[in-house]
Design a protein around this ligand. Structure first.
Ligand code: HEM
Length: 579
């Protein structure tokens, strides 16, 4: 199973751990500009200093290199003779350590090629050796890897002003510009204040109907596959489902990608794929001036980007006309029934239509809300196929709560086990698995002082798989979240669980996404049984913006005997599911 993590064995004498790290980093984790260290990293760490496989490496837990014996002896002599004339600083200087502050444990490595392993897996192995914060160094470049909940909270929440999105903003610039995810500082504050009100409760409730209609279209596709006995590749279907949903929810555009491959759908996928490719590219070729003009791939990307941008401009113009003509008064929970999209809300609120900023924000929402939800659904169905007892319990709940109709807001409160399944899926497969920050000033992380301009990866994967925090950490066990307990989040789990980040930059679509996933899972498991298809490629992880499978999630689908409507729970007002 892909989530089963290799454990490293650390012997007392020699700790020799050879890690091959695939530098297919999550979207936020590219090594570009001066961070460019090539595609693959191989770390070889030896406790203290030993020769191993012809390569000499060193590691010491306080970050200093072991000194030669003679020098140590001389220092010891000097120290024993110290009568107060030699200040302590001078001994430290002779040791090559000018200040008293503790040094962050350091893992040093060399770079080497190795494919087909998700980057965060070796980071997990290093975490088991080095602990909640360590420095990962290759040549002149280093990164801080944080897997400690208190330090994560400090960076994300308590001292969040001292951190920017760093390399994430650089990589995403071509597609998101200064959109809400990459933006920092005052611009981010202004945009966040403008956009968050658009995702109000009434809007989210309205979206539940949209989630149901879109999932119903997917059900029809699956019904056809089931009738023909065809296997289905669920990862790409989930990607299309969530694209259809987010297009309609953000700018009232019907991609209908589940049914047709129009030019715009293809263009969106070209742009999304490019964003992922850039996040894992060893060299930022797109920045080389001549290459930019002659590369057929980049030409294609630019053409696709132009089509997407032109379409967004058109949608903004159409929406602007609607807003000008309508007589609705703008208020806190403003919603236009014909077009409840976020774009409509923003324009009605007086947001500047001509600005590139609005387009950047729409593009950001499209990407943020599409890949993440698709990945959650993919891994949830993979986990469910592996745990039939969880699937059976889930189907029981859905049968009894939903009966034969589309889910409503009321059902969201009742589908408690379904929600726990999503909570647990997000623990095992956090999307994205790593959060990126850069320090804007000197700071203290735990007991360790750090300088400005440190690139930091907060490994949500490590936080969510920590063996001392979670019982049977690798087990898919929705029961770990009591049904009568609060919905787990970063606050009630003390930053050990960060499915939607935390602090001021927490996801603005958390409730939207949770309901979207609950509706999709509930409707799908009510209608179908899912199994891994016979002869399907084994499911392995790889990283782009989120965790993908390497070769898709190929499943066989069979129709369930439709459960009878449940008269107690069924809501006569709610729309029956179309047949
Ligand atoms: C299951 C689906 C989703 C997951 C797992 C998810 C996860 C996250 C996480 C972890 C962050 C924090 C990133 C960081 O701190 O660096 C984030 C931020 C964000 N998310 Fe989501 N997200 C999901 C769905 C959505 C949806 C549907 C939308 C939009 C409708 C959305 C919009 C955003 C935006 C705009 C931000 C940036 C907020 C800011 O920086 O102020 N997300 N998301």
């Amino acid at each position: 199973m892909a989530a089963t993590l290799p454990q490293i064995q650390v012997s007392a004498q020699v700790r020799a751990v050879k890690f091959k790290i695939n530098a297919r980093l999550p979207l936020a984790t590219n090594l570009n500009n001066n961070h460019n260290n090539g595609p693959i990293l191989t770390l070889i760490m030896l406790s203290r200093s030993w020769k191993f496989g012809g390569l000499k490496c060193s590691y010491s837990p306080n970050g200093t290199n072991p000194e030669p014996k003679e020098k140590e002896k001389r220092l010891a002599e000097l120290q024993t003779k110290n009568t107060g004339f030699w200040p302590r600083k001078i001994f430290k200087w002779l040791e090559g350590n000018v200040d008293d502050s503790p040094r962050i444990p350091e893992a040093r490595g060399s770079i080497e090629s190795f494919r087909n392993e998700a980057f965060f897996i070796p980071l997990y192995q290093l975490y088991l050796t080095f602990g909640g914060i360590f420095r990962l160094t290759f040549g002149p470049k280093s990164f801080l890897i944080v897997s400690d909940p208190t330090i994560a909270k400090h960076i994300l929440k308590d001292n969040s002003k001292a951190y920017s999105k760093g390399i994430l903003a650089e990589i995403l610039d071509f597609v998101m510009g200064k959109g809400l995810i990459p933006a920092d500082g005052e611009l981010w504050r202004i945009r966040r204040r403008t956009i968050v009100p658009a995702v109000h409760l009434k809007y989210v409730v309205e979206m539940i109907g949209l989630f149901g209609r879109a999932t119903d279209r997917l059900c029809k596709k699956l019904e056809a596959a089931a009738a023909n006995g065809e296997d289905v590749e669920m990862e790409s279907l989930f990607s299309r489902l969530t694209l259809d949903i987010i297009g309609k929810a953000v700018f009232n555009y019907e991609f209908d990608s589940l049914n047709i491959d129009t030019g715009i759908v293809k263009a969106v996928y070209i742009v999304l794929r490019e964003a992922e490719d850039r996040s894992v590219a060893p060299i930022p070729v797109w920045e080389i001036p001549i290459w930019k003009d002659i590369s057929p791939k980049l030409k294609k990307v630019n053409a696709a980007l132009k089509l997407v941008n032109d379409t967004l401009d058109d949608l903004i113009a159409i929406c602007k006309r609607m807003v000008d003509e309508e007589e609705l008064q703008f208020h806190e929970e403003y919603i236009n029934e014909q077009d409840p999209s976020i774009l409509h809300f923003l324009l009605a609120s007086g947001d500047d239509v001509s600005s590139k900023q609005l387009r950047d924000d729409l593009m950001t929402l499209l990407i943020a809300g599409h890949e993440t939800s698709a990945a959650v659904l993919t891994w949830t169905f993979y986990l469910l196929a592996k745990e039939p007892s969880v699937m059976a319990k889930l189907q029981d709940e859905v049968d009894s709560v939903l009966g034969d109709r589309f889910p409503t807001m009321e059902d969201m409160k009742k589908l408690k086990y379904t929600t726990r399944v999503i909570n647990e899926s997000l623990r095992l497969y956090p999307q994205p698995p790593v959060l990126i920050r850069r320090s804007l000033e000197d700071d203290l992380l735990g007991k360790y002082p750090i300088k400005r301009d440190e690139d930091i990866f907060i490994s949500v994967w490590n936080l969510h798989h920590c063996p001392s925090r979670w019982e049977d950490a690798d087990k898919f066990n929705p029961e770990r979240w009591p049904l009568d307990g609060p919905n787990p989040n970063e606050t009630n789990q003390n930053f050990s669980y960060l499915p939607f980040g935390g602090g001021p930059r927490k996801c603005i679509g958390d409730q939207f996404a949770t309901f979207e996933n609950v509706v999709a899972v509930a409707m799908l498991v009510r209608r179908f049984n899912f199994q891994m298809a016979l002869g399907a490629p084994s499911v392995e992880m790889t990283t782009g913006a989120t965790i993908h499978t390497t070769e898709g999630l190929v499943m066989s689908v069979t129709c369930r005997t439709r459960p009878a409507s449940n008269s107690i729970n069924s809501d006569s007002e709610a729309t029956p599911v179309s047949r």
